[in-house]
Design a protein around this ligand. Sequence first.
Ligand code: AHR
Length: 514
Amino acid sequence: MKKQLAALAASLVWAFGAQAADVKLVVNADQPGPVIHRNIYGQFAEHLGTGIYEGMWVGPQSKIPNVRGWRKDVVAALKELKVPLVRWPGGCFADEYHWRDGIGPRAKRPVKINTHWGGVPENNAVGTHEFFDLVEQLGAEAYVNGNLGTGSAQEMAEWLEYMTGEGKSTLTDMRRKNGRDKPFRVHYFAVGNETWGCGGNMRPEYYADQYRQVATFLKTPENNRPKFIASGGNDQDTTWTEVLSKNIRHNFDAIAHHAYTFPSGKWEGKGPAVGFPEAEWISMLSQVSKIDSTLAKSTVILDKNDPKKKLAIYFDEWGSWYDPEPGSNPGFLVQRNTLRDALLAALHFNVFHSHADRVKMSNIAQMVNVLQAMIQTSKDKLVLTPTYHAFALYTPFQDATSLPTTLENNPVYKVGATEMPSLSATAARGKDGKLYVGLVNSNATQAAELTLQVGANAPKAAKGRLLTADAMDAQNELGKPAQVVPRAYEAQAADGKLTLKLPAKSIVVVAIEG
Ligand code: AHR
């Protein structure tokens, strides 16, 4: 009889498919973790293509409405995201930038060639004063990247004196003459960028020595001391974390790390931003796990070399990087932005939250018109990208207290030989006291559902917003700006269970009630 029942059960499984186990997310609200620093939602704005010029800066004489040269519409949209921090002026551009070119009357500033990005003229209309005007309009903190490549300790030291000096000196008087009496508040200052590559092709040991020497001369008034940042490794390379954390001591607060994601996984032939197959959807999203493992490795290194946890990791460049938009200047890094980018961003956030102990800043590359931008502009018009909406959904996590989660029976999502967990989750207690949960369903074709438990209890309801679209490469465009926009989302408990339904390829961020 037993044998017959087993055979019957086997034939039912064959006929109807195996019963998937219940997916459950448990949030341990009584075990608060580290605070998710708001600067994890930081932005990067480089003198590159139309990222600054046209995209944000149009100049005070422009017909496009602006405040002292900065576009009103762009600044207003960025303010909605509560942009906490802006990194400037690069990137690779930083190691060719000489700050004296960008002060004084704009008409008299030298015009240079932006040799790194497209070989176009750089008229230095945006310089130190304009940058600080932007961050002050946004209510954001300033991250200034110093020039080690073609600059010097003296040039960086003098820039800091110009920006932060209080007393009377030739440089502080020059700042006053240029219209700024009180010092600028410099929150972060980096010594070079990508010094393993465009910043000078150095070895980590050589850079560590360079940093030690330069940092000796980086002085500011104590109340305006920035956090000093060493330029670190790329992608999965943690050698820089090891060497820098072992060899630098003075004026050293953080190590920068960069990692971009290409669909092909290769620098040459990155892959298209739109019109891609599902294999390239999953290849992008599954690569975020490499960032998770790199951060785990970096944490082990830092816990060994910096047990008192004085050093932070600033993931100050990340995002998608595709083949350039056909017809565009390849040096301008113009690319479309789709639902895939929004999910990529949300997966990064979930990973950064889970390393909030060490990761205190991240900067998406870049803010406007360049790479995985928040905003794309065309003359006086703008479009908010799917990535913008992912950032908008996640704003409650800024300065929230992370909470551990366990995802039980997370289904596997597989396309060809590539697989990844279908679901990714994060939870935190927001500054407003509410419990927030962020969820990503990476599966491009299958919806998912999960029950939510807080400790041993089932909450009563979840309310928030959902971001999804019909196509993997759905995008917002001029004339069609609302193809990928958040919708209201709500779930109520039934039979003592709160079940959240996640459409295929979606992001949900909810506040939990009860
Ligand atoms: O964001 C574009 C470029 O990518 C940056 O200038 C550089 O730091 C990185 O290689």
